[in-house]
Design a protein around this ligand. Sequence first.
Ligand code: NAD
Length: 428
Amino acid sequence: MKEISRHPGFYKLPIDERLRVAAQALEIELDELIAAIDRGGLQAETADKIIENVIGTYALPFALGLNFKVNGRDYLVPMAVEEPSVVAAASNAAKMIRAGGGFFADADESIMIGQVQLEYVPNAAEASAAIISHEKELVDLGNRAIPDLLLHGGGVRGLEVRQLTDDMLVVHMLVDCRDAMGANTVNTVCESVSGRIGLLARCRVGLRILSNLCDQRKVRVTVKVPPSAIASKGFSGEQVRDGIAKASRFAEIDPYRAATHNKGVMNGIDAVVIATGNDFRAVEAGAHAYAARSGRYRPLCTFCVDDQGQLLGKMEIPMALGIIGGPTRVHQGARMALRILNVKSARELAQVVASVGLASNLAALRALSTEGIQRGHMTLHARSVAIAAGAQGAQVELVAERIRALGQITVEAAEQVLQDLSNERYST
Ligand code: NAD
């Protein structure tokens, strides 16, 4: 397997050199790579066709996550995110995880749930029995509405009936969406079967829409990290390992901590989901609903010490992603992001995305359980602060360095440094 994701010192290179290194590793023409992601990968004229009332486009930094090895394969991971340190932290953790063999991931089939709500049901038991006994007819009816998906091997796989109250049922249509996220497809299925379902149940049909709690479309990731790979300044590998396991336990017993723990997971996940043109609201909704499925909000990713003394990390998360459909058809940058990843299926994409989430979480727990999150975070934040204070060009790095050295990473300190720099210039 080619090691395309290892590029020590990548962060020190200027952008045009990074582009050259990436194009070479990915075997993509440099001009093609540059053209695809230029100006955020989306021209205003195209944007105008995607949503309403467009007045321009809105860009985010587009970066590459390094060191990712998932199921033995190397990936350069496109990430679009505004928060400093997300990309550096995930890449750093991926390097530590690599020392233990990388990420091991598997994903369910792409089964999405479409809900048909039934209201004022006169007899819930009879209605439920009638629907279940007509499952084959309803599956065929749903499939007739989505011939394109059938051509790609997907389709309605079955149904389930749930009783919500004495006179309310919901029918779940289970649709294998293959390499599509599937929202539009599933909604089409729901609307096509709802009339017949209403007749069978002898009641009124309510809402017909997919559920974003796609708990039949989960992805699981496991990592084993040797303590030697996670040692940190002044902390042995064993100390860091135990600190991470304790921090994970904190999230398991406290929803206030679990919310921030999961925010760290989503830092990495959203960045790849956005870069690949996928629906991050859908992924977020599914993740948090799944985290709360027991009635209590819990961490999506946990760490413990295994019987060989290694740090064992595990994550399970629902993941509705597409490599076709949605904006991937029209957003040049998203198309290039998928090409950079070179994934062959939506399931493979989900495995990489979840791995980035786990890496982000490991990086956050490692920092929190050692020196704290602020030093690394603020060090990387210093450049943004310098820009906010008005620094331009070469001044940015100069001001960032000075405020780091001062230990005052604030806009006020950066403004003062800029003032000092200009005074120095005039006095020489
Ligand atoms: P879509 O409407 O573009 O449908 C995907 C199409 O791709 C289908 O026609 C399918 O037949 C075709 N296709 C080609 N090759 C395929 C393959 N290998 N596997 C599967 N399908 C293949 O997109 P979608 O995925 O149905 O819907 C996604 C969009 O819906 C997103 O933009 C999302 O934001 C939006 N949406 C989301 C929600 C929600 O999450 N609640 C609700 C409504 C709409």
